[in-house]
Design a protein around this ligand. Structure first.
Ligand SMILES: N[C@@H](CCC(=O)N[C@@H](CS)C(=O)NCC(=O)O)C(=O)O
Length: 203
């Protein structure tokens, strides 16, 4: 299996962490999305990463599908609970954390357009989603150690990747001071080799 990824994609980071936690060997193929030679569109019509290319040539996307596929592949360290209601809780956390990422990515991309082309209303709308999402994530976590059922899961991985993206690209949002419970969980996650080894480079 091969994973098409970039070092800064928070969604691809989720999959790199899932693979590391589950000790699944995957050939990691770094891609540059903007390059005309990028192979991504050949494997995902949407042109997005991550993409997992299976040994028979089929491909899987997006990150939520790949995460579930990998979790099911080995019985080691399940990241998605078997129990249906716990599984739905984990998937809800993942949807909210990914949604915070989606909004932050859109706001960052809009802010990078040349002066005069940026739409301040779009940026404000997307950052509004990030702010509301962060508050909901913090409220949902409360004083628990992990997001769901006192156990490390895909919910924590998705949350950690969203927070890591904000730390990289949205430093004006001081979520660590605003939400100490998220900061504590993030610090705990950053002790894990899977998180440490996938920290996005600051460029
Ligand atoms: N929902 C998708 C989001 C993937 C995504 O947006 N990836 C970004 C990189 S961080 C991308 O490939 N963007 C290129 C594009 O949108 O054309 C997932 O979870 O995999």
């Amino acid at each position: 299996m091969k994973l098409l990824y970039s070092l800064t994609s928070p969604y691809a980071r989720k999959i790199r962490i899932v693979a590391a936690e589950k000790r699944i060997d995957i050939d990691m193929v770094q891609v540059v999305l903007a390059s005309p030679d990028s192979p991504v569109a050949n494997h995902n019509p949407l042109g997005k990463i991550p993409v997992l290319i299976l040994d028979d040539g089929d491909s899987l996307f997006d990150s939520r599908v790949i995460a579930e596929f990998l979790d099911h592949r080995t019985p080691v360290a399940h990241l998605i609970p078997q129990d249906h209601s716990l599984k739905i809780k984990v998937k809800r956390w993942e949807a909210l954390a990914d949604g915070v990422c989606d909004a932050a990515v859109m706001a960052v991309n809009e802010s990078r357009r040349v002066a005069g082309m940026q739409d301040a209303a779009v940026i404000a709308k997307q950052y509004g989603k990030v702010e509301r999402g962060l508050k909901a994530l913090s409220d949902d976590l409360g004083d628990a150690k992990w997001c769901v059922d006192d156990a490390f899961s895909l919910a924590d991985i998705a949350l950690g990747c969203a927070l890591g993206y904000l730390e990289l690209r949205c430093q004006h949002i001081d979520w660590k001071a605003q939400y100490p419970n998220l900061a504590d969980l993030y610090a705990e996650l950053m002790k894990r080799p899977s998180f440490k080894q996938s920290v996005p480079p600051a460029n």
